[in-house]
Design a protein around this ligand. Structure first.
Ligand SMILES: *[C@@H]1O[C@H](CO)[C@@H](O)[C@H](O)[C@H]1NC(C)=O
Length: 257
């Protein structure tokens, strides 16, 4: 799992040239730091054999952007959640030093339920221990951000609950239009969770019906739904503001105008 999810990726992107639209205009510029779930192709430029890359089919099989469909380096059939919003995490103090005053963070996801982890269970259920580790980290993250906001004048943070969003989705996938919330659309072995997405993998037909694109990452559809929730609400998935409210917040933002 380490090789797939841990490779830290730094993405700098001006939203002006940024794909899917709708939410883009409200946000003047976004710095995205995160793992492979947010990578928009940077891994392709990192040296080394061991870097996981999404530069071959069936990645990008539904990529609607320029020259698509094509593999773009995104671990998705199309766009990912960074495309749909843009979010930031990690050393918030350093970002603050660079002038950032609005920080949107997505917490650690429901990692015990990804196909890669489920595949290890005889009945294919989620691994509670893994989810408890994520939940423990997320609890600490919440306190850390509250403390940070209190210490750094003019800083506004929005913490998106990716963990709870995925939990709600998995609890009732049909309600959100998904037919399969357990298996990878592109993969092989049990639940498609025993190998990464390769040109030789099985590929599902109904990509929008799947929550998981590969053994770790969300499909474009699932990423879009999460981005929608973090940007527009419902409020239960962001604390204390939605990403839209954060982007529109006036006053302390030194970077604005
Ligand atoms: C999910 O998809 C996999 C194969 O892609 C299939 O084996 C499994 O039965 C599906 N599960 C549901 C609940 O449809």
């Amino acid at each position: 799992m380490k090789g797939v999810v841990a490779g830290l990726v730094m993405v700098l992107s001006a939203l002006a040239g940024f794909g899917p639209g709708k939410t883009a205009r409200a946000v003047p510029a976004v710095y995205v730091l995160g793992d492979s779930s947010l990578d928009v192709g940077n891994n392709n430029y990192l040296p080394g054999e061991s870097v996981p890359r999404a530069n071959k089919p069936f990645h990008g099989v539904d990529f609607p952007g320029p020259g698509g469909p094509k593999p773009t380096g995104r671990f998705s059939n199309g766009y990912n959640v960074a495309d749909f919003i843009g979010a930031g995490i990690l050393d918030s103090t350093d970002l603050y030093m660079m002038g950032a005053r609005k920080i949107g963070i997505i917490n650690v996801g429901l990692s015990g339920c990804i196909p890669m982890v489920r595949a290890h269970d005889a009945t294919g259920t989620c691994n509670d221990g893994t989810n408890e580790l994520a939940a423990g980290f997320n609890g600490a993250l919440e306190s850390f951000l509250a403390d940070l906001a209190a210490r750094l004048p003019g800083l506004a943070c929005s913490l998106a609950d990716g963990f709870a969003h995925r939990q709600a989705l998995i609890a009732d996938p049909q309600a959100q239009g998904f037919v399969n919330a357990t298996s990878a659309c592109c993969g092989s072995g049990r639940l498609g969770g025993e190998a990464r997405c390769l040109p030789t993998s099985n590929l599902c037909g109904d990509r929008d019906g799947y929550v998981y694109w590969d053994w770790v990452h969300a499909t474009q559809r699932a990423a879009e739904m999460a981005a929608e929730a973090f940007f527009h609400g419902p409020a239960q998935f962001t604390m204390p503001l939605t990403f839209k409210q954060l982007a529109e917040k006036k006053g302390a933002d030194l970077m604005e105008q």
